[in-house]
Design a protein around this ligand. Sequence first.
Ligand SMILES: Nc1ncnc2c1ncn2[C@@H]1O[C@H](COP(=O)(O)OP(=O)(O)OP(=O)(O)O)[C@@H](O)[C@H]1O
Ligand SMILES: [Mg+2]
Length: 407
Amino acid sequence: MGDIAVETSGVSKRFRLYHERNQSLKAAFMRGRRAKFEEFWALQDIDLQIPAGKTFGLIGHNGSGKSTLLKCLAGILVPDRGSIGVHGRVSALLELGAGFHPELSGRDNVYLNGSILGMSRKQIDRQFDEIVDFAGLETFIDTPVKNYSSGMYVRLGFSVAINVDPEILMVDEVLAVGDESFQRKCMEKFADFRAQGRTVIIVSHALGTMRSMCDEVAWLDHGKLQGVGRPSDLVDEYVGASHEDRTQAPGDSTSSGGSRWGSQEITLDGAELLCDGRVTSQVSTGADVTFRLRWTAPEPVAEPVFGMAIYSLEGVHVTGPNSQDVGLSTGTVHGSGHVDVHVPTLMLTPGTYQVTAAVLDSTGTHAFDHRDRMFRFDVTAGHPRDRYGVVSLGGSWDVAVDRAPVT
Ligand SMILES: Nc1ncnc2c1ncn2[C@@H]1O[C@H](COP(=O)(O)OP(=O)(O)OP(=O)(O)O)[C@@H](O)[C@H]1O
Ligand SMILES: [Mg+2]
């Protein structure tokens, strides 16, 4: 294999959207050639070079063309324009249940699917136990797959796809359907593949995962390539752009993130992250940081409650401290000022996080100003070096021998 696993040049794909609901055969004949449809380009002029041995991600909004592109790369769809070069044996898991026959058992489908992916019966015999074991479906393997849950479908499909010894693995959204433990297994498998120098092309909306897993990502927007580059840069740009789409409501030019509400007796005019006395958007695990919320109160307000929350990009609510819970009396505030939340050791694992801030009345129930997803920041690797999940517990490790081997 050369340096490039897959390359596309000017790839465009057109679909036809038919407007008439009743597509009966008779009606179609009667209408003759005058069928009413509209053409629309699901992909336009895609030029991509996917390096061999790397994990490459495709991101973009629903309907942006990710699955269509992946199907073109896998040879399931033929582009209307442009060319595609694929250098290596491909295995693809593209659609939920694609290649499965609902009436057949899991066992028969493994054989069916394996042969579609180019395995001989003998090869499948050899791999069968491993396939079933990876999918964790031993007890259901003789049940017709029409009775499988969507998670079970994906597990079996993925398990077959990775066991055909591909040089290039293409996967569309498996991470979204499997449960936690299966997702972890998939991630380990992707890491193995990468270590073995195989190419993985993956489509996912799990942006944090894409960020940490991919060497490079491509961002599609309405069928056009918006950019290709480092996942940290591109995922942020993509998230930023999706936010802008959502906050183009008039009257809130200051908002950089999500929605805002409240009666405005006090307003939060800004929020930022400080490290070493400087405003920053990138810190490392273990850093000494301060979250600063800047407020304005045109009239005096007694005992407001300030709060903030941190979310991962996938929407996990990581933490939500507030001044009331820590027993802080804020007194009467008037004029403008700021509130600092000092965190001596930031125990977040590498990834991108979003900060929501709010100021509430003294009971903590009525919002004066609630600002969803005000800003984002990145956490890069630091100390502790934990990589998984969203927080590090900073534990210390110790290995002990309780009994010496009998010699
Ligand atoms: N077979 C088809 N016939 C007509 N239109 C199609 C067909 N397949 C896809 N499309 C359209 O092409 C566009 C791109 O679809 P695609 O499935 O590639 O998007 P996607 O980026 O994978 O979205 P999602 O994140 O929802 O999976 C959509 O507007 C979709 O409706
Ligand atoms: Mg899709």
